[in-house]
Write a protein that binds this ligand. Structure first.
Ligand SMILES: NC(=O)c1ccc[n+]([C@@H]2O[C@H](COP(=O)([O-])OP(=O)(O)OC[C@H]3O[C@@H](n4cnc5c(N)ncnc54)[C@H](OP(=O)(O)O)[C@@H]3O)[C@@H](O)[C@H]2O)c1
Length: 236
């Protein structure tokens, strides 16, 4: 039997490209995907459901409907919107912006892990992967700025690492991963693309191909690590 896959945030820039690639993959039996604000057109081979990842009840009902699963990929994220953007200076930090970044970028992966643990435990090669960001690496932070986004991705990375420690004992067939997609041409990065060299700005399709190649190479022996799109391991 082929794999059952769920892409949370499957109607975002990177998420949608992942869904497209997965639905054409003949080793995959079922593609489940979630949307939030913008309802997608029906797509052959894809079951869509509306989910707000800041609402635990919404995640819980998703997990009640999807009873078998091998790969869960969380491609949800938030950087700017509603007048808020990444802070250049600590003077610009405000509580609402910081907490919003945390509630969309950091906490949902833990809630997804909580509610999909049972399904991934039954898989013989479960993968729990979240699209993080290199900006969340504490070790690599030499540029500063972007406080809320960086802090939320660092918190996400710690949550994933901690989950990997727990699941090493309890779900020994599963692999947990944090993924850096590279700068990708999506609404999230659009206001910040001006200084990105053209060859370093990926299409969502290119990024999806890279990320799925990284995921396909994962094994439980390397659970709890942070991977760049090119397969390089990143420092926390
Ligand atoms: N693009 C880049 O250059 C880049 C670089 C590094 C890391 N990343 C990471 O890659 C991931 C995907 O980002 P992207 O570039 O594809 O951005 P995107 O096109 O803006 O997609 C983000 C998705 O998250 C969804 N989302 C936001 N809040 C949600 C909520 N409360 N519940 C459910 N879904 C929600 C959005 O849906 P709605 O719009 O409908 O709310 C959207 O579909 C993010 O984690 C981002 O941090 C991106």
């Amino acid at each position: 039997m082929g794999r059952q896959v769920l892409v949370v945030g499957g109607h975002g820039g990177i998420g949608r490209a992942l869904v497209e690639m997965l639905r054409h993959d003949t080793t995959i039996d079922a593609v489940h995907a979630t949307w939030h604000h913008r309802e997608p057109e029906p797509l052959d081979g894809v079951t869509w459901r509306r989910v707000d990842v800041t609402d635990e009840a919404s995640i819980q009902s998703l997990a009640e409907e999807i009873t078998t699963l091998d790969w869960l990929i969380n491609a949800v994220g938030w950087l700017h919107g509603d007048g808020a953007g990444p802070e250049k200076h600590s003077r610009e930090v405000n509580r609402e912006h910081f907490l919003r970044a945390m509630e969309i970028n950091a906490l949902p992966s833990l809630l997804l892990a909580k509610h999909f643990r049972r399904q991934l435990k039954r898989s013989n090669a479960g993968v729990f992967a979240t699209v993080s960001a290199r900006l969340g690496s504490i070790g690599e932070n030499a540029l500063g700025g972007w406080y809320s986004y960086r802090a939320s991705k660092a918190a996400l990375n710690m949550a994933l690492r901690t989950l990997a420690v727990e699941w090493r004992r309890e779900l020994p067939s599963a692999t947990v991963a944090a993924l850096h997609p590279g700068t990708t041409n999506t609404p999230l990065s659009r206001p910040f693309q001006a200084r990105v060299p053209a060859d370093q700005l990926f299409s969502p399709e290119r990024t999806a191909g890279y990320l799925l190649a990284v995921i396909a190479g994962l094994t439980p022996a390397v659970s709890g690590r942070f991977w760049s799109f090119d397969g390089e391991e990143l420092p926390w």
